[in-house]
Design a protein. Structure first.
Length: 369
């Protein structure tokens, strides 16, 4: 077993590169005017929205965080996707991630959505397993994306198939499509950041170095490994300290970094316990989730829960929903009634809540810069 702490090289590396991508912590310091409006009780639009273009998926990964929903096929209509972008631009949503319940590339409607977002200056990102990321999808999406992250839970076909549980040739298809995406980016001099993500689980904790090498060989900009986050309604789980069995591989993987490729080990994500120092979840106004059935929710903890739905895009526009009375009631209910100790570990709002709690308690000494 390796040591539990990152090496000096890792600490130096984190200081140099993590500051560029900043995958851990909150970025709300970049949005203080909106934070100040929120603190004063004013109505605000979310800064970030995660959209599930579909609830269908071509794989059945054993670690899927929405496994409890049953993978029922659903698809957001192209018009809804595009109209959402217009609302995002109007009310001030800054970024959108296509991910969520299923594999986003199942829905061809994301192509015009991303193209409209580029026209409206709304930052777009995509999470994908890359299996369906064919030539049409590459050409239609990459020019309008800020970043695109491909999920590879293993470096070789046998383990990949055991974890991803898709088609028997999915590994080869994903490899081919990532290579094509890299080539298209270079040929067209695109600024989109391409990466590969691995989540450390029971089946792959000794495959880290090999996966990092695969990522570098494919030509993406970075490889990142992070911890597993369990939803309370799912059965699959991973020991909190499993990363300790991979520290030696983390150190070796980081040596692959150079001026064109970075290995990111999310050390804070691994070594820092999910201690909720705050008593209330106050961060939901800043991040919103949209599901494939049109439901708009505060977070993944409450997907499909009728008590915590803001509204549905089949009945109202995003703007109407987010500034509606139902959204206000749900936000208040979460702040006053939800026991945060029982929420999904390492949730999207965790770092946001830490930051906002300090703002509320006026511990930031904002005049001392």
């Amino acid at each position: 077993m390796g040591s539990q702490k990152p090496s000096h090289a890792c600490e130096l590396y984190i200081g140099n590169y993590m500051s560029e991508l900043f995958l851990d912590g909150s970025k709300l310091m970049h949005h203080l005017p909106r934070v100040n409006r929120w603190k004063k009780g004013a109505e605000i639009a979310p800064i970030h929205v995660e959209v599930s273009p579909t609830s269908g998926c071509n794989q059945r990964c054993n670690l899927c965080y929405v496994d409890y929903l049953g993978h029922k096929a659903g698809l957001l209509d192209e018009k809804i996707l595009v109209d959402m972008v217009d609302d995002f631009a109007e009310i001030g949503v800054k970024s959108v991630l296509l991910a969520g319940e299923g594999e986003p590339t199942v829905n061809q409607g994301i192509i015009p959505m991303i193209q409209r977002a580029k026209e409206k200056n709304v930052d777009m990102a995509l999470n994908s397993n890359a299996v369906l990321f064919n030539e049409k999808m590459i050409e239609g999406t990459l020019p309008g994306l800020t970043w695109c992250r491909f999920t590879f839970q293993a470096s070789h076909k046998e383990l990949y198939n055991r974890i991803h549980q898709g088609g028997k040739n999915d590994f080869e298809k994903a490899i081919k499509n990532v290579k094509a995406a890299v080539e298209f980016k270079r040929k067209n001099n695109l600024k989109v950041t391409l990466g590969i993500q691995q989540i450390l689980i029971n089946e792959n904790y000794r495959d880290v170095l090999a996966c990092a090498k695969l990522a570098k060989n494919l030509g993406v900009d970075y490889y990142v490994v992070k911890r597993f986050s369990k939803h309370p309604k799912n059965d699959y789980n991973v020991p909190e300290n499993i990363y300790q069995e991979s520290v030696d591989l983390f150190d070796e993987a980081q040596k692959l970094s150079d001026e064109n490729f970075k290995v990111i080990v999310r050390w804070k994500n691994f070594t820092k316990d999910c201690n909720r120092t705050y008593k209330k979840c106050v961060g939901t106004p800043f991040i919103t989730q949209v599901l494939a059935d049109g439901g708009v929710y505060p977070c993944s903890q409450f997907f499909k829960d009728p008590n915590y739905i803001y509204g549905n895009l089949k009945d109202q526009s995003f703007k109407e929903i987010i500034f509606g009375e139902q959204a206000k009631r749900v936000t208040k209910r979460i702040e006053e009634e939800v026991d945060v100790t029982k929420c999904i570990s390492y949730c999207r709002h965790h770092s946001t809540n830490i930051f906002l709690t300090k703002v509320i308690e006026e511990k930031l000494h904002e005049n001392f810069i």
